[in-house]
Ligand binder design. Structure first.
Ligand code: NA7
Length: 548
C-alpha cells in the first residue's frame, strides 16, 4: 500500500557531513585522523560503545591478549607515535591495547568527532542527493556523500541456539560481550563452550580462579605456545631503532607480521633438520610457527609433518592419555582454521579442577536450569562461558541495515555470499567503503597493517572523488565478480578451504553461505593491486559526475 505520510526525511532534521564512519576501533580512529586532520573534512564517527577500541573495547574476557607482537600491533603512520609508546609485554593484554587506543584518540584529538553510545540502525543511499542517510538508536539522522564501515571483522557475537538457555538459572556470558565489571569465578562451577583462540586464552585463567572448569570441545584445535614475556628496555630500544626496516618489511610481506616466511620446503631438508626447525619455532613461540617452511599451507604432506610435530608436543604436556587423545584428534590441517597461540592451555588439563568434554562425539542435548545436559548426564554449572566466536566478516556489516539505490539491502545482495571488489567496494552500493571487508587480506594478516592500508586507500579515493567532482563511485559488477572469483581461486590453491568448519568459510554459522572470505594473495601483493587500481583512475569502479 502506498504510504501517504510525509517521508521521514521531510520530518526530521538531518545533520550533514562530508563523510560518516561507523566504528571507533583501529580503523575508525585512523579514518577520522586522515579525513579530518589531513584533508580537513567534516567527519562524524558513530560508535555503539561508550569508548574507543572496537574489538579491544568489547573483548575483556580473562586472558584476552593479542596474538601479534605488541610492538608490531600498532599504528605505523606516525613515527613519533611509535617511538613514544612503551609496550610492557611481547603479547599485550586487552587493557594495555585499550590504553594505547585511548592514547591515540587523545593524541590526535579524535574524541570530539566521535558520537559514543550511538548504534547505527540503518543506512540508506538517497538517490536524489547522492548521499548516505544514516539513522541511529538515538533517533538521529546524519547524511554524507561517503560512508565508511570500520566495524571490524569479528564483532558480531555468535551465541549458539542451544535449547534451554533461557531456563538456565546460573549466569551466562559471551566472551566478545564481556561485562566491564568482570565475572567472579571464585568457588564457581564453570562450563566453557568453544576452543578457538578465545577459549584457549581464557581456560587457563578461569581454571586458576574457578572451583571447577569444564571445557566443551567440538573441534580439537592446534595451538603453539605464545612464549609470552615482559619486554626489557634494550629490546624496545632495538625495535625502535630498527623501525624503518621493520615497517618496510611489514608493509611489503605476505601477512604484515615482522617476520619472513622461510624459503625452504619441508622435504628439502633432512628429518633431523626439519624437527630442529619446528623445535626452534615452538621455543620461539607465536604465529610464526606457520612460517617454518614455505609449503606448509599448500602441501598436505608438508602440513602433516608440522601437525604431527605439534601433536607430539601437546601429548608430551597432557598427562591423561584420553584427554591428550581428545585434544589432538585434529580434523583439519594445521592453520587452515586460525591457529591460536597459548599460555599454558594444554597444561591446564593437568589440573584436578579441569575436565574436557567431547561434544563432537556426544553433542550437547540442551541446557537445563542447573547445567548442561549431555549424553543423559547433567553437568552442574553456575556459569556458562560462550567462547563460540563470531559471525565473522559479513556479520558486522549485515547488522548495519545498509540499503543501496532502489532500497536493495546488503543482505539481499549477499544472499549467496559476499561479493566485493578488493574487499573495499560493493556493486550496487555507491560511495560505501568497507574497511577490511570480505575479499581483503584482513584477518590473515597483522590487522593494524591491513587496516592502515585500507584506510589510506579509501581516504585517497575520497580525496580523488572530491577533486574530480564525482557524485558516485561504485564497484562494477564485472570487477566484483572477477575479484571474488580471484579470491576463491587463490584460496583453492591452498589447504585453507579443506577446513570445512572454519569461520573463514562462514561455516561456523548455521545457514551462512560457504564462501572463502579473506584474500590469501598476500598483503604486499594486494597493496600493489590496490595502488594500481587507484593509479589507473579507479579501474573497476563506475564513476558518475556531480550534476550541474
Ligand atoms: P572461533 O575461532 O570461531 O572459535 C569458536 C569456538 O567455539 C570453536 O571451538 C567452535 O567449534 C566453538 N563453537 C562455535 N559454535 C559452537 C556450537 N554451536 N557448539 C559448540 N561449539 C561451538 O572464535 P574465537 O573467539 O575463539 O576466535 C576468533 C578470532 O579472534 C580468532 O580466530 C583470532 O583471529 C582472534 P568449531 O571449531 O566450530 O567446531
Amino acid at each position: 500500500m502506498p504510504d501517504a505520510a510525509p517521508s521521514p526525511d521531510a520530518q526530521a532534521s538531518i545533520a550533514t557531513f562530508d563523510a560518516l564512519v561507523i566504528g571507533a576501533g583501529f580503523a575508525g580512529l585512523y579514518a577520522l585522523h586522515l579525513l579530518r586532520n589531513q584533508q580537513g573534512l567534516k567527519v562524524r564517527v558513530l560508535e555503539a560503545a561508550d569508548g574507543v577500541g572496537g574489538t579491544w573495547y568489547w573483548n575483556r574476557y580473562p586472558g584476552a591478549r593479542c596474538d601479534s607482537e605488541s610492538w608490531s600491533y600498532c599504528f605505523q603512520f606516525d613515527d613519533a607515535l611509535v617511538q613514544e609508546w612503551t609496550w610492557s609485554e611481547r603479547y599485550p593484554r586487552q587493557p594495555e591495547i585499550l590504553r594505547y587506543l585511548n592514547h591515540v584518540a587523545d593524541r590526535y584529538d579524535l574524541r570530539r568527532d566521535i558520537a559514543f553510545s550511538t548504534r547505527v540502525t540503518g543506512a540508506r543511499f538517497d538517490e536524489a542527493s547522492d548521499r548516505w542517510v544514516v539513522t541511529t538508536d538515538r533517533g538521529e539522522r546524519l547524511a554524507a556523500p561517503f560512508l565508511i564501515t570500520a566495524v571490524g571483522c569479528l564483532s558480531a557475537a555468535n551465541i549458539p541456539d542451544i535449547p534451554g538457555l533461557a531456563d538456565f538459572r546460573g549466569r551466562w556470558v559471551h566472551t566478545g560481550e564481556w561485562p566491564h565489571e568482570g565475572v567472579d569465578f571464585r568457588g564457581k562451577r564453570v562450563g566453557m563452550i568453544g576452543t578457538g583462540s578465545t577459549g584457549i586464552q581464557a581456560a587457563p585463567v578461569i581454571a586458576e580462579e574457578a572451583a571447577q572448569l569444564t571445557v566443551f570441545q567440538r573441534t580439537p584445535n592446534y595451538s603453539v605456545p605464545a612464549q609470552n614475556h615482559p619486554l626489557d628496555d634494550a629490546f624496545r630500544a632495538r625495535k625502535k631503532a630498527e623501525w624503518p626496516v621493520l615497517r618496510r618489511l611489514m608493509r611489503s610481506n605476505t601477512n604484515g607480521h615482522p617476520y619472513t616466511i622461510s624459503e625452504r620446503d619441508t622435504f628439502s631438508v633432512s628429518e633431523e633438520e626439519r624437527r630442529a626447525a619446528y623445535a626452534q619455532a615452538w621455543d620461539q613461540g607465536g604465529l610464526s610457527f606457520r612460517a617454518t617452511f614455505r609449503d606448509m599451507m599448500v602441501n598436505k604432506a608438508a602440513n602433516d609433518e608440522a601437525s604431527a610435530y605439534i601433536r607430539e608436543r601437546i601429548r608430551a604436556i597432557v598427562k591423561d592419555p584420553r584427554t591428550a587423545e581428545l585434544l589432538t584428534a585434529f580434523d583439519h590441517p594445521f592453520a587452515t582454521k586460525r591457529p591460536p597461540i597459548d599460555t599454558g592451555y594444554f597444561e591446564t588439563f593437568n589440573r584436578d579442577n579441569v575436565r574436557l568434554v567431547d561434544i563432537r562425539a556426544t553433542p550437547i542435548e540442551r541446557i537445563a536450569a542447573d547445567g548442561i545436559v549431555i549424553g543423559g548426564e547433567t553437568i552442574p554449572l553456575d556459569i556458562i562461558v560462550f567462547a563460540t566466536g563470531f559471525d565473522a566478516m559479513t556479520g558486522p556489516l549485515l547488522k548495519l541495515g545498509i540499503a543501496g539505490p532502489g532500497g536493495r539491502t546488503l543482505a539481499e545482495a549477499w544472499a549467496e555470499g559476499p561479493r566485493t571488489y578488493l574487499g573495499l567496494g560493493v556493486e550496487g552500493f555507491p560511495n560505501l567503503f568497507t574497511v577490511t571487508g570480505p575479499g581483503s587480506p584482513s584477518v590473515l594478516t597483522n590487522m593494524p597493517v591491513a587496516i592502515e592500508q585500507h584506510v589510506e586507500w579509501i581516504a585517497s579515493a575520497i580525496a580523488w572523488a572530491r577533486a574530480n567532482r564525482v557524485a558516485r563511485i561504485e564497484a562494477t559488477g564485472e570487477a566484483a565478480r572477477n575479484w571474488t572469483a580471484h579470491v576463491n581461486e587463490v584460496a583453492e590453491r591452498t589447504l585453507y578451504p579443506t577446513a570445512k568448519s572454519s569461520w573463514y568459510l562462514g561455516a561456523n554459522i548455521p545457514g551462512k553461505p560457504r564462501v572463502f572470505m579473506p584474500y590469501l594473495g598476500g598483503l604486499g601483493r594486494y597493496r600493489e593491486i590496490c595502488d594500481e587500481v587507484a593509479a589507473s583512475g579507479y579501474r573497476g569502479f563506475a564513476v558518475t559526475p556531480l550534476r550541474g
